[in-house]
Design a protein around this ligand. Structure first.
Ligand SMILES: O=P(O)(O)OC[C@H]1O[C@H](O)[C@H](O)[C@@H](O)[C@@H]1O
Length: 265
């Protein structure tokens, strides 16, 4: 599949029309995102790394439909492309209707300048209301996973399988395996990896997810021994923040990823 390459004075990014998925990106000479060296590019399969888009549900489906929905496995149409920006769309089709019986149109614009910007739109083209969850599932390149922190979630309810849902205390640490959903989170989060900091700013994406499975991922074919190389900090609208759209309505939200100057002395 031919990839779309974006360049700016600050970096570069590659995007796949499958899933409108940013596969990798570099800002100011540093890798921003992680693409698994074991990624499987078989068409129709989810690609491990970059920024997959989960839609119209997040995580496992109660009836065993594909995890994270179908948007990441579908081929999107490129509507417009310039050196530093691309706009892609996905409309319902026979495959999506078999999984989710609704008429819709998605649009994702990816723009690269000093930051990597995502603008996501969902249009309800159905005659009835639709309800959905979604996430921009960013895999950030990590140099020191165990020392990494996510800041900005102090006091937010943290929901995690096999744990009691409790307010987060202080920064989220990546020292142990984690799969935590914060359905309601503030707009700006910071990922701190040693002296390196990434700013994750969201508009109208009220949820956040922090995920790294730890050594258990050695059994996952497209992660293997590479699990310490990334931290997922995802933004979207999940659970209490799920979106309901009346017929004809549109939801629009955005996420901006940028690097802060290093705090190294
Ligand atoms: O393996 P995938 O379907 O891409 O999902 C990867 C991960 O995505 C999210 O972060 C979820 O919170 C995890 O529970 C899930 O394991």
């Amino acid at each position: 599949m031919s990839l779309i390459e974006l360049v700016s004075a600050h970096g570069r990014a590659r995007i796949s029309p499958q899933g409108a998925q940013v596969l990798d990106a570099e800002l100011d000479g540093r890798p921003l995102l992680w693409l698994s060296p074991l990624a499987d590019f078989t068409p129709g399969k989810a690609v491990r790394g970059g920024v997959p888009l989960c839609f119209p549900w997040f995580g496992k489906h109660p009836q065993g439909l594909p995890a994270h929905g179908f948007a990441r496995n579908q081929r999107w149409t490129v509507l417009e492309q310039s050196a530093s920006q691309v706009r892609l769309a996905l409309e319902d089709n026979a495959e999506t209707r078999a999984l989710w019986p609704h008429a819709f149109r998605l649009e994702l614009t990816v723009q690269l300048d000093q930051a990597l910007d995502f603008t996501f739109r969902v249009e309800n083209r159905d005659a009835l209301p639709i309800q959905f969850s979604y996430a921009l599932h960013s895999y950030f390149a990590a140099t020191d996973l165990h020392g990494s922190l996510v800041q900005g979630l102090d006091g937010c309810l943290r929901r995690e399988l096999a744990h009691v849902t409790m307010p987060q205390q202080g920064a989220v640490r990546l020292a142990d395996p984690i799969d935590a959903v914060f359905e309601l989170a503030p707009a700006a989060l910071q990922l701190q990896d040693g002296a390196h900091q990434v700013l994750i700013e969201a508009e109208s994406m009220r949820s956040a997810v922090v995920w790294n499975p730890g050594p258990a991922a050695e059994a996952v074919a497209d992660i293997g021994v590479h699990w310490p190389e990334y931290v997922c900090v995802e933004r979207g609208n999940i659970g209490a923040a799920a979106i309901t759209l009346a017929a004809g309505e549109t939801h629009q939200a955005s996420m901006r990823l940028s690097q802060l100057p290093s705090t190294a002395k």
